[in-house]
Write a protein that binds this ligand. Structure first.
Ligand code: NDP
Ligand code: MG
Length: 380
């Protein structure tokens, strides 16, 4: 049970919902971080009075320090400062809610300090899942997933002492805004279309990843790393309503699922209260009024990113870091109106073809693979 938390990425979608939960639960907030959202983090500091506030953007950090001169909160800037927020001694739990691979080093640092990791930042597990899980095992640090599918699975495996009893994980996928379209129809979709998610309100990067189905691909890899399972034991099913958050099939044929309304505050709260359950003030799921639950197979031809992620997962080594680095840069270009929707899988495939894969990589080799993949995309 968490008492004091540090939030990496407090100004984002997950970060703000974590602060809602912290307020409801009466948790103390020791440190918060943002990249450049100065006004939003200033408000958060005044409300939650953390000892430390970090801005990775140095200019924004200077601005924030001036604004907070009348408070007791220390302000520091730069990427290394994220590590300081992740290792702040008074926090027992670190919520990793930054977007992208930038979360890797602070997550590893927090693990070494044996903090509980409430993990939203999936890119970290995608790029360096084996390293992160090995480090957590070695330090005895708990990793509790916040991603709704992985939280659902985490909840469904409570009480399962022998992982060999699990036959298969089934990740549900909303299908995104372009569900049902052909490859050619999807190619005509714009940034505004991609940013309209049917069920969840999230940050822009993950919203685009949901439209390409790369998000589900990243989640397949995240699940493989969290539960140390091969690709064959992690499958994906389209479930438009986002009510069944994921399922676990056991070897005796039992299939366990976790259901709920699409609200990230439930998995965030569970990551804090685990192994207990806290009180949630929100309205629970009403089976009599919720829409009929439907399931379908994903279309890997219309959405090639899912296949690209599964191929990288099979290849292993630095393949997933290359996939992720290329995807982060391609999505950034798409959000800046520099490329079209189908250029995202095209650039990811190009980076995968050009950057050699290293097996059993050390951290430096993962970071190098990430850099090389970004260069392929940016040099295009
Ligand atoms: P947002 O874009 O809403 O927020 C991202 C946060 O990270 C902000 O605080 C932002 O600061 C900060 N940030 C952005 N870039 C950098 C950087 N280069 N260095 C340091 N900090 C940075 O993202 P989300 O909250 O949607 O997603 C966060 C993570 O959680 C992602 O990995 C996502 O995949 C995962 N996730 C999100 C879900 C959701 O419902 N949103 C669901 C499941 C997983 P600033 O405001 O200053 O830009
Ligand atoms: Mg998810």
């Amino acid at each position: 049970m968490s008492k004091t938390i540090s939030i990496l990425g407090s100004t984002g979608s997950i970060g703000r919902q974590t602060l809602d939960v912290a307020e409801q639960m009466g948790l103390r907030v020791a440190a918060i971080t943002a990249n450049s959202s100065v006004e939003r983090i200033e408000e958060q500091v005044r409300l939650f009075k953390p000892r430390l506030a970090v801005m990775t953007d140095e200019t924004a950090a200077k601005d924030l320090a001036v604004r907070l001169a009348d408070t007791d909160t220390r302000v520091i800037g730069g990427f290394e400062a994220l590590v300081e927020a992740a290792t702040i001694p008074e926090a027992d739990t670190v919520v990793t809610a930054v977007v992208g691979m930038v979360g890797l080093k602070p997550t590893l640092a927090a693990i070494k300090e044996k903090k509980r990791i409430a993990l939203a930042n999936k890119e970290t597990l995608v790029c360096a899942g084996e390293l992160v899980m090995d480090a957590a095992d070695a330090a005895g640090a708990e990793i509790v997933p916040v991603d709704s599918e992985h939280s659902a699975i985490f909840q469904c495996v409570q009480g399962c002492a022998d992982r060999r009893e699990i036959k298969r994980l089934i990740l549900t996928c909303s299908g995104g805004p372009f569900y049902g379209m052909t490859y050619d129809e999807v190619g005509k979709m714009t940034k505004a279309d991609a940013l309209k998610h049917p069920n969840w309100k999230m940050g822009p990067k993950i919203t685009v990843d949901c439209a390409t189905l790369m998000n589900k691909g990243l989640e397949v890899i995240e699940a493989m790393r969290l539960y140390r399972l091969p690709l064959e034991e992690v499958s994906v099913v389209i479930h438009r309503q986002s009510i069944v958050h994921s399922l676990v099939e056991y070897r005796d044929g039992a299939v366990l699922a976790q259901l709920g309304t699409p609200d990230m505050r439930l998995p965030i709260r569970y990551a804090m209260t685990y192994p207990e359950r806290g009180v949630n003030p929100a309205e629970p799921l009403d089976l009599l009024t919720c829409p009929p639950l439907t399931f379908a197979a994903p279309d890997r031809d219309a959405f090639p990113c899912l296949r690209l992620a599964e191929e990288a997962a099979t290849e292993g080594g630095t393949a997933c870091a290359i996939l992720n680095g290329a995807n982060e840069e391609a999505v950034r270009l798409f959000l800046a109106d520099k490329i079209g929707f189908h250029d995202i899988p095209r650039l990811v495939a190009e980076a995968r073809a050009k950057v050699p894969v290293v097996q059993s990589p050390a951290l430096e080799e993962i970071l190098e693979a990430d850099r090389a993949a970004r260069q392929v995309v940016l040099g295009n």
